[in-house]
Ligand binder design. Sequence first.
Ligand code: BTN
Length: 275
Amino acid sequence: MLSPGMLCAEDIGRGLEVRRIGRRITVLSETESTNDVALADDGGEDGLAVFAEYQTRGRGRLGRRWSSPRGASVLCSVRLLDCPRTAQSSFGPAVLTLAAGVAVCDAAASAAPDLSPTLRWPNDVVVNGKKLAGVLIESCWRPGGRACAIGIGVNCLQQRGHFERDLGGLATSLEAESRHPICRLTVARRLLVELDRWLADPPDLTALRQAWLDRAEPLGQHIHVRQGGDDFLGTTVDLDPTAGLIVQLDGGGRRAFDPATTTLLGSTHIGRTGP
Ligand code: BTN
C-alpha cells in the first residue's frame, strides 16, 4: 500500500517523545540534498530533522548518487551541533554511523515486522542480501562549532523496476520484501525515536556496540577493504565503537578500520563467531 500522500511534519512529530533528535521537524517537497539543508549556515537548531519527498542531487557515500522516486523513500538528515571531529569521541563519526545504523534497522523492522534487517559494516542496512538503506555522515565548520548531518535514506515503496540498472538487483525496498503494507510515517517517526534514544545524551558505548553486533552480519567474515588507497584482506573479529571494525589481517596483526574512511569491497562468511 502506498502512503496516503506526502509526509508531513505535524504527523511525524505528533506526540513524539524525543529530547534532542526531531525536536523540530521540516518536510520539504523537493531539495537538492537533505544533508545540505541540515548543514546550511542557517540550518537551524541542534536536533533539527529535515525530510524530503524528492532529492535532485541526493548523495551516497564515496561520491555516489543516491536517487529515489518522489515519495518512495524516507529521506532524512538530522543536524547535530558541536560535533567533535575526533574519532575517539562520543559523537564522533564512527559512533554516529553505528547509532544511525541501529536506529535504521529498528525503524525498518517496526514498519515491516516480517523482515529482519541486518547491518553490513560500515553502514548499509540489508534485507535478504540486498541494500535497503544507507547512512551518510557529513560535517563542516559553522559559527559556534562543528555541524554534522546524519543523512539516512530508507527505500520504502519502490518496486523492483524503480532501481537503477547499475545497481544490478543489489537494492531493495521494504515494500518489495515484506508482506505487510508499508507506512512511511511509521518509519520516519520510529527513526527519530531510535536516533534520540542513542544520541540525546552521549551514548553508552558498550550498549551501542552490543546493539550493533546484535543486528549485524556475524563477525568471522573474511573481508576485503580499502583504506587510504591501500587494500587489506582479513577476518572480522570485533567492533570498537570509536575506532571501527577490528580485523585480523591475513598477513598478521590486527587493525581497526574507521567506517568513515574505509570501503568494503567484498566479504565471505567463514563461519566463525564473535568474541
Ligand atoms: C550510502 O551511500 O549508502 C549512503 C546513502 C545516504 C542517502 C541519504 S538520503 C538523505 C541524505 N541526503 C543525501 O543526499 N544523502 C543522504
